[in-house]
Design a protein around this ligand. Structure first.
Ligand code: TYD
Ligand code: MG
Length: 468
């Protein structure tokens, strides 16, 4: 007879205690403890032991001499983020908001590596019919691929693992980890205890049998993986899909990668037939309009080794409210507040009586100090209602004194801007030698945010059709 016990499990960090408490002693969060009934696990036959288990210790000089076996998934942008392909026996977590394209991406991945041992696609979220409909839309139901991907609607992790051990697919997809539960626990699917147990059982499968496993995980509004942070510690690779659901562009990032760099990003476009790679990612996130508009500043940011041009947008408008709004999306709200203060004190642009909105075009979210200067210029440009000098980009960090600090990889960024047809860049003077031009693009080195504003803004709102 299994003994029934109840524990209080923190939904934020996964710590468990015997008695209810208002605050989790482990992570300090309030009201996160949820009663979870835990049955003593049924005695299970010991997990299949991995090839290495029980082996004698190996000298470090010889340990793991063989490189991990990687299977390219056949989607260049994804392989880039994975570091060359899926590693045998690894567990990958793909996170993202509902509707962003996780199931679509995984079905395309399944198709990419279905040749050979095939793919087992366990869905707890949709019926096999729904998965089939999506596959039809992607043109994946016919031919060899249609047979090589096997779909099962199953929410018991034990049965999923058993099936995988029987079928020995080249990849197991579990969509999603929050809908699958362990038969040994009584908590509802999606609770911390369940999600962790499911992940552990699937890790056991991946490591023991060498089957790569991809888990889908939903992300809550504030950007954390629903349920437990603990999941991120368990798995080998954490990928996230970002973007504006109403738009087409998607950015794929690795938040963690035990087998590669976490710096690379992949850029996709959601179209009629699923996610397609974007031919020229560097320009994908630039906004589209007919000329320089007040409040818009193109910035060459660096995502890993890849330069991307993004458009920083700001809107400054007089407010009647006693406390003006400061709204940031895709950029750090704290940096925005700081830049508003710096502009007021160091550049004579007082925004205390103005609402301020800032965002990046394309639903992108970028966290790099180099965005300071473009953001400051966008605010100044909107405030003065003067666009940037046509063809200008800007990049640089802004300090509290209004001074500009250098950014890494400046030349690489500027070369990319030149390639995309920009003719002028406003950059920090600090940080050593700054070239006076890069591939025909004029480089204007400035020392302070006030200087940069003078160098970047057009004299008067003339030229473009948008000028008054
Ligand atoms: P989906 O993969 O179901 O998202 P998730 O699994 O992350 O919840 O993608 C859902 C959205 O993608 C849906 O709004 C429809 C859109 N979509 C396309 O635009 N083109 C396509 O070919 C497919 C399959 C989906
Ligand atoms: Mg889905």
């Amino acid at each position: 007879m299994a003994r029934v016990q109840s524990r209080y499990v923190c939904q934020s960090c996964g710590a468990s205690v015997l008695r209810w408490e208002g605050q989790c002693h482990a992570c300090g969060e309030w009201n996160t403890l949820v009663e979870t009934v835990v049955r003593e696990p049924h005695p299970r036959p010991p997990a299949a032991v991995s090839a290495g288990a029980g082996a004698p210790p190996t000298p470090l000089s010889h340990a793991g001499e063989t490189a991990p076996i990687r299977t390219p998934v056949g989607i260049g942008e994804l392989d880039r983020v994975l570091g060359g392909g899926l590693v045998a026996g690894s567990v990958v977590l793909v996170g993202g908001e509902p509707g962003i394209g996780k199931s679509t991406l995984l079905l395309q991945v399944a198709a990419g590596i279905a040749d050979g041992a095939g793919v087992l696609y366990a869905t707890g979220e949709e019926s096999p019919g729904q998965v089939r409909l999506r596959a039809q839309r992607l043109g994946l139901t016919t031919g060899r691929v249609g047979d090589a991907i096997r779909v099962v609607a199953e929410t018991g992790v034990g049965r999923i693992a058993d099936l995988a051990r029987q079928e020995r697919p080249g990849l197991l997809v579990v969509d999603s980890v929050q809908t699958v539960a362990s038969e040994d626990l009584d908590g509802p699917p999606g609770s911390v205890g369940q999600v962790r147990e499911v992940a552990l059982r699937l890790m056991e499968l991946a490591k023991g049998d060498g089957i790569p496993v991809v888990l889908v995980g939903h992300v809550t509004k504030d950007g954390t993986l629903a349920g437990p942070k603990t999941l991120e510690h368990l798995v080998d690779v954490v990928l996230s899909i970002e973007g504006d659901r109403s738009g087409a562009l998607r950015l794929l990032r690795a938040a963690k990668n035990r087998f590669g760099s976490t710096e690379e990003v992949g850029v996709f476009e959601m179209g009629e037939r699923g996610l397609a790679e974007v031919p020229d990612p560097a320009r994908a996130f630039l906004g589209e309009h007919d000329g320089p508009a007040p409040g818009s500043v193109p910035a060459p940011v660096l995502e890993g080794t890849r330069p991307l041009l993004v458009e920083v947008q700001a809107l400054v408008a007089p407010t009647g409210a006693p406390s003006p709004r400061r709204t940031a999306s895709g950029v750090d709200p704290n940096r925005l507040a700081l830049l508003v203060a710096v502009l007021g004190r160091r550049a004579g642009i007082g925004l205390a009586g103005h609402d301020v909105y800032a965002n990046l075009a394309g639903g992108l979210s970028v966290d790099e100090p180099g965005l300071d200067l473009p953001l400051a210029l966008a605010l100044a440009s909107s405030f003065r209602d003067r666009p940037l000098v046509p063809g200008t980009v800007a990049i640089g960090e802004v300090g509290l004194l209004g001074e500009l600090r250098s950014v890494s990889g400046l030349e690489r960024r500027l070369r990319e801007a030149a390639r995309l047809g920009f003719t002028r860049a406003v950059v920090p003077r600090a940080g050593g030698r700054v070239p006076s031009s890069v591939d025909g693009l004029e480089v204007v080195a400035t020392g302070s945010v006030a200087d940069a504003i003078r160098a970047a803004l057009a004299e008067a709102p003339v030229g473009s059709a948008r000028g008054r």
